[in-house]
Ligand binder design. Structure first.
Ligand code: ADP
Ligand code: ZN
Length: 649
């Protein structure tokens, strides 16, 4: 799997297994890792080049190599691809910091941990009991129950004794938010690590972890990529918001899930693992019910706030009764006015950014599409453009239809930008802002919006998914969902689970202050059982789990999504036919496909997919055969790419 190099005699002593070395490959210099040493070149007769030098840094440990190997096997990629993920630019010496900037004093001044409440203390004890039995613990605690405080307490005990903790969060925004709190508790022992940092700062964290002597504790706050930091030993792994799909890397390989990989890393280090969420994933709940994890519940909010009052509004019925004002029901508008009138705040959630998801000619019906992807272009009004959300294609918006030349182009559907505009029209005195991928392109802007909302300088915030996570706003008392049915996408077996989690996360944002929060859901599918499950508690959710079992979906089976791509349609169908035949010979695999996904052309390449179901255990041989098959077809049919995504999200 690797490439062979000669070890010059003067480097023999230092060129140990795991050493980082400089080599030339295809005329370029690289840093590589020695994965194996041998005296035997087999029957290879060609020239073998020499290692140039051995880097003056600690060698990669046996544990790291074991973890990388596991990732490569499990996620069906090469060790080289895992290594590339591990060996980011942060490790390059030329990115070493030239000048160390002084840390800004933190806004949180107390170094103290809070005293845990009796309920929190009880949860902590249950977690420690689980660790003593060698089992990961899942802390299922409602939002505001103080899960973070429990993590900190457990972590601090470890770092104080010179132990090492990895604290994982799914997204940068969350790590930014937690950073101050952790800094207050851990001071110098806190090392942050994520892709939003400068290479110099990452290098600094990396080399600290690489070179801290045994017996000195630290805590790393990082995203999924921090799993590949050079830990010699770990004493605790915390996985915050474990249900979050952002833990999964989709592209490029390794297509790993940070949560699941963390469990394995914990095993390699014999380190206890603590998962936490207000809305645990079905996967983790399943692991609790099968006895692999312990389930620890914390149902009491620390500040004693109550669950929000939930109202589901049937937009079809309201529309018939002439009780809709454009996108908003009258009930919602009245509620918004009364909330803002009291000086409290509103969050309007819509899971589509842009002004309108598509435009259509009212004369001939033409819908402008991306010229590289099979998706309609979205209208972004402030940019005056139609844009593709799958690639960077964009064209100026015109009211004249390019097909029939009539001035018939009209917006269809509504995104965050339109909602923002309409709410400004209806409530001209309200201070309105928008929080989505577009308005938060700059980190400074993102921070500004959050700060102003937290300070009560914004009355109504319109946002996408990005706003549902972790944020703690005292003045927020109403959360509204517009066109909530769009989150129940039909082709995803996790749609209901996701929708439920999102509703829970959003409702967790309300009622943090004194008043009881409200959540208003506007939907054209008011009878959907997700809303009922949400209003009536989570027992109903377990029925969904039973359904997954009945129809053979994860977590009851292992799923692999195999994607075949090519810019050439004939080659694609040829490759798909051969994939289909090859897969058919794997007895333990249940195959669906090939089928065209909803968006069946992206960046000029046509796409066909297979879903492969494998048994949960004993599937390594089948995976290997699938990988071999993909590699064979790729090598035999030009310009075809086959990608395996294990445990797709
Ligand atoms: P969760 O992560 O479960 O949503 P947090 O850990 O964010 O909850 O806690 C919610 C709020 O309650 C935070 O402002 C936190 O500082 C506060 N809090 C939680 N536990 C305690 C405690 N034991 N003492 C004082 N404040 C607490
Ligand atoms: Zn495109």
């Amino acid at each position: 799997m690797g490439i062979s190099y000669l070890v010059p005699s003067q480097l023999e002593k230092r060129a140990v297994k795991g050493a980082k070395v400089r080599v030339i490959f295809a005329r370029r210099e690289y840093i590589a890792v020695i994965s194996e040493l041998t005296d035997n070149c087999g029957d290879y007769k060609g020239r073998i080049s020499e290692i140039l030098s051995v880097e003056d840094v600690p060698a990669v440990s046996e544990k790291e190599l074991r973890f990388w190997k596991w990732c490569a096997d499990y996620y069906m990629c090469t060790v080289g691809e895992v290594y590339r993920a591990a060996f980011t630019s942060a490790m390059r010496r030329d990115s070493a910091p030239k000048r160390v900037r002084k840390q800004k004093p933190s806004e949180v001044d107390s170094r103290e941990l809070y005293q845990l409440s009796p309920a929190q203390e009880q949860a902590r004890e249950e977690i420690m009991e689980s660790f003593a039995q060698g089992k990961p613990a899942l802390l299922a605690g409602v939002t505001g129950s103080g899960k973070t405080e429990i993590y900190l307490k457990i972590a601090k005990e470890i770092t104080d004794k010179g132990g090492r903790v990895l604290y994982m969060v799914p997204e940068i925004a969350l790590s930014r938010q937690l950073n101050d709190r952790l800094e207050a508790v851990f001071g110098e022992m806190l090392l942050s690590y994520h892709s939003g940092m400068t290479p110099a700062a990452r290098y600094s964290a990396y080399s600290k972890i690489d070179s801290t002597p045994d017996g000195e504790g630290f805590i790393v706050l990082g995203l999924r990529s921090s799993l590949f930091l050079p830990f010699r030993n770990l004493d605790l792994i915390i996985i915050d918001e474990e249900h979050d799909s952002s833990y999964k890397q989709t592209d490029p390989a390794p297509r790993y899930n940070g949560r699941d990989s963390a469990i394995v890393l914990g095993q390699i280090h014999s380190a206890p693992v603590l998962l936490g969420s207000a809305t645990p994933s079905f996967e983790s709940l399943y692991n609790c019910s099968s006895g692999r994890y312990s389930l620890v519940r914390l149902d009491e909010k620390f500040h004693g706030a109550t669950e929000p009052e939930v109202t589901v509004i049937d937009t079809i019925r309201e529309s018939k009764a002439k009780r809709m004002n454009g996108l908003f029901s009258q009930t919602l508008l009245e509620e918004i006015e009364s909330v803002t009138g009291r000086g409290e705040q509103v969050l309007i959630f819509r899971n589509r950014r842009s002004y309108s998801p598509l435009v259509q000619c009212s004369v001939c019906g033409h819908i402008p599409m991306c010229s590289h992807c099979n998706v309609p272009l979205s209208y972004h009004k402030n940019r005056g453009e139609l844009c593709c959300h799958y690639c960077d294609y964009h064209i100026p918006r015109s009211s004249v239809c390019p097909e029939c030349s009539e001035p018939g182009m009209t917006e269809k559907g509504s995104g965050t930008e339109m909602i923002e505009e309409k709410i400004r029209e209806i409530l001209p005195n309200a201070r309105v802002a928008r929080f989505d991928a577009e308005t938060t392109q700059s980190k400074a802007e993102e921070k500004r919006i959050l700060r102003e909302f937290a300070a009560g300088k914004i009355d109504i915030l319109v946002g996408t998914q990005m706003i549902s996570k972790g944020f703690d706003f005292k003045g927020l008392s109403l959360v509204a969902l517009i066109q909530a049915d769009s989150m129940l996408a039909m082709d995803d077996f996790r749609a209901n689970e996701r929708a439920f989690q999102l509703l829970r996360q959003l409702s967790g944002r309300t009622g943090r202050g004194a008043a009881r929060g409200k959540i208003i859901i506007q939907t054209s599918l008011a009878a959907h059982n997700v809303y009922e499950a949400f209003s009536s508690g989570e027992e109903r959710l377990y029925e969904q789990l039973a359904e997954r079992q009945e129809f053979g979906y994860p977590p009851f089976v292992r799923l692999i999504k195999l994607t075949v791509r090519s810019a050439d349609r004939n080659r694609l169908s040829d490759a798909a036919a051969r994939t289909s035949m090859g897969l058919g010979k794997i007895r333990s695999a249940e195959i669906t496909g090939p089928f065209a996904p909803v968006v069946d052309k992206v960046r000029g390449e046509y796409i066909l997919q297979f879903w492969i179901k494998l048994p949960r255990a004993g599937n390594a041989a089948a995976k290997e055969r699938i990988a071999e098959l993909a590699e064979k077809i790729e090598s035999e049919i030009r310009s075809v790419t086959i990608v395996a995504d294990v445990d797709p999200q």
